[in-house]
Design a protein around this ligand. Structure first.
Ligand SMILES: [Zn+2]
Length: 98
């Protein structure tokens, strides 16, 4: 697990800004981070969610297609699979950052 932490630190964390409240939300490994307003802009792991995604601005390089894909059954299956294997670093990087 220590190896995972190292990889997470080296990678640029996902950052988004909520246009509803103007707050910047930065991904934090191992927990979900929420902007706190009614739009509920949330980053959990590599998944970005919000009541209105149109009010969410990506602040760093991130493929929006992956955001949508993160909600598909195959993605959930992948997350479940990842949890079982307890291998996070490679899948995270390959799937989320291009
Ligand atoms: Zn907000």
């Amino acid at each position: 697990m220590e190896n995972v932490k190292v990889r997470m630190i080296k990678m640029e964390p996902i950052r988004v800004r909520c246009r509803s409240c103007g707050k910047e939300v930065k991904a934090c490994a191992g927990k979900s981070v929420c902007c706190g307003c009614s739009n509920i802009t949330t980053i959990k792991g590599n998944v970005i969610s919000a009541v209105d995604m149109g009010k969410v601005i990506m602040l760093n390089t991130y493929n929006p297609i992956d955001v949508e894909r993160s909600l598909t059954p195959s993605e959930l299956e992948w997350q479940e699979d990842r949890r079982k294997r307890k291998v996070r670093k490679l899948d995270f990087e390959d799937r989320s950052f291009k």
